[in-house]
Design a protein around this ligand. Sequence first.
Ligand code: ATP
Length: 350
Amino acid sequence: MIVLGGLTKEFPGGVRALDGLDLEIADGEFFALLGPSGCGKTTLLRTIAGLETPTSGNIGIGGVDVTSVPPGRRDVAMVFQDYALFPHMDVTANIAYPLRIKKVTRARREAKAAETASLLSLSDLLARRPGQLSGGQQQRVALARAVACHPKVFLFDEPLSNLDARLRLEARTFLKRLQRELAVTTVFVTHDQGEALALADRIAVMSAGRFMQVGTPSEIFRRPANTFTASFIGSTPMNLLPGVAGDGALRVAGAVLPLPAGVSDGPIVYGLRPEYTDLSLSPRDDAFTGKVAVVENLGTAHLVTLESGDHLIQAVVPEGEEPAPGTAAWAVPRPGRALVYRDDRLVSPL
Ligand code: ATP
């Protein structure tokens, strides 16, 4: 449904916000763009919408090259972070506005607005103006306006970011259900990885205008293709430690660990999620030895930071089993859970 070929955007002053992006998004797919601030997510969304012109490369939507087609004729609907509702219009007029632009008759657009409003549980609010609505209600009006046009593609730029934590979770579930029901191809920008993992069929992890990895949430979480994705994804950052493979073992930060299949001799980076790191209070060779530096309460578990020589190693420990700061402890990798990188590419498991 959406095809990007060598898409590049340079802003005056030499900022390369998009750097040769190639991507295919399938019909009906819910696709998330995830990455740190300034990595180019919004620029990519605006370029797909036609609000930015690419410096080079092209964009296809529904089999048509739209690279030089103006935004109004691309058959996409964009929902912005600030919703961009018209303050002087009531909910009906806001939802029906794009239909008015398309010269749909008044009777038909009011019927369509009422139908869409009911889909989004807004029927009781039709006569109100945006200033008389909560953030969550405004967000639903913005979505209703996008839905009412029956576009080929939805483009969402952090539409949940203005909601408080509880409403955000509700809105997330609602958005997922709506997208499933309507089956409209959706590109969704977020810097919240929980949101991307929960909502998307596939995620593109971006950094400095490039895709670091494109994959399903479980691929991205279980097998991050490079150390950027490994350190970016996860509720606590992954432990990444330099080491060496040789003589049938991995030597990492003082520990001697089993050599995973397929790893040849030479320098490596050893990746282990804190969730897969157990703590032992008695010495062992296959563990990282150190002293407990910090203990943080995560609610149902504790995050323990171990100082091991020049390295910090974190472990998630069940409630009640957390050692006191200053205690000597050994961080034990859970079997089969380590990721091994060489030249910043995943080499095990393959
Ligand atoms: P955030 O999560 O903070 O919104 P983002 O990933 O959406 O960030 P973009 O807004 O796409 O990032 O910006 C990508 C890069 O392009 C940044 O370095 C930004 O400063 C730059 N940039 C964006 N718009 C312009 C512009 N109109 N002129 C010059 N530089 C721009």
